[in-house]
Design a protein around this ligand. Structure first.
Ligand SMILES: O=C(O)CCC(=O)C(=O)O
Length: 278
């Protein structure tokens, strides 16, 4: 049985981001919060604070931890996310690309730079992202998406989340793809249409890997807010090594595991999620 309406799928395709209401049972949210607590107690080598100053409220992140934290693994394989993604991308098969969580402590001033996720990965293809708030989150407390930016046919250099939001890499053409400097979204807010939503527990935003998004409002969260995010790919997605500035130690691990340019996404690092039970 379908989880999404035709209208929702059309909106996703035209706007690059949609809100979906009440698709995740609150038991999943509780589980993911337990997962984050466990991860903070015993973080991966990728865990970081994006807040440079010590002893102030921080913006924290860890990623690629699904195989370390049982709660995350359960969510990745057994939650409705892979079916939702298969419907949005008209995919016969969905594989995991990367899992991730973010936590902004109450009072954290650090923010998310406007970016699109495609530049952070050595892959190319059809990919969508789940953004699942783990606390009720107001539309000015989370992330905003630039409507339609996934259709600009542009690729922007990666921006670091660490305070200062440094752009990484050089304007260049790699594997036929032209990497440009990211646009100054905050300095030109009136030029763009933004999508942002109040989210209750169980609501999520699904967005295209090419949709620009970031912190639009300078408001500082009054309570600690966290979200779980997941990047999942359609069967057309292939390995495409584009540069050392992509994703820290991710690239080396992929090369060490034997992934080569042009390989279809799959294998132990990128397991199949949909269809389930194969
Ligand atoms: O939720 C956040 O703080 C940032 C999310 C984000 O930018 C992403 O998942 O790419």
């Amino acid at each position: 049985m379908s989880m999404l309406s035709v209208k929702e799928i059309e909106n996703y395709k035209s706007d690059g981001a949609i809100v979906l209401r009440k698709k995740f049972d609150v038991s999943w949210i509780k589980k993911l919060k337990i997962g984050i607590k466990k991860d903070i107690k015993n973080p991966s080598s990728r865990f970081k604070s994006h807040t440079l100053q010590k002893n102030i409220p921080a913006y924290l992140e860890d990623y690629w931890t699904w195989d370390r934290i049982p709660e995350f693994k359960d969510f990745v394989f057994n939650s409705p996310v892979s079916q939702i993604a298969s419907e949005l991308m008209s995919a016969k098969k969905v594989n995991l690309l990367m899992d991730n969580w973010f936590l902004r402590e109450a009072g954290a001033k650090s923010s998310t730079p406007f970016h699109h996720d495609i530049s952070y990965f050595d892959v190319d293809g059809t990919i969508c992202i789940l953004w699942l708030p783990l606390e009720p989150t107001g539309k000015d407390e989370g992330v905003a998406w630039v409507k339609g930016s996934h259709l600009w046919n542009k690729i922007f250099l990666r921006v670091r989340f660490t305070d200062g939001h440094k752009v990484e890499g050089k304007k260049s053409i790699i594997n036929g793809k032209k990497y440009e400097s990211p646009p100054d979204i905050l300095g030109n807010k009136n030029k763009y249409e933004f999508l942002k939503w109040d989210c209750e527990l169980g609501d999520c935003v699904m967005f295209d890997i090419r949709t620009l998004h970031g912190t639009l409002s300078p408001s500082v969260p009054k309570k600690t807010l966290s979200r779980y995010t997941l990047r999942v790919a359609k069967e057309d997605t292939r390995i495409d090594y584009v540069g050392d500035w992509t994703s820290f130690n991710y690239r080396k691990a992929m090369q060490d595991a034997g992934y080569k340019n042009g390989d279809i996404l799959g294998g132990s690092m990128f397991p199949q999620l949909w269809p389930k039970n194969i």
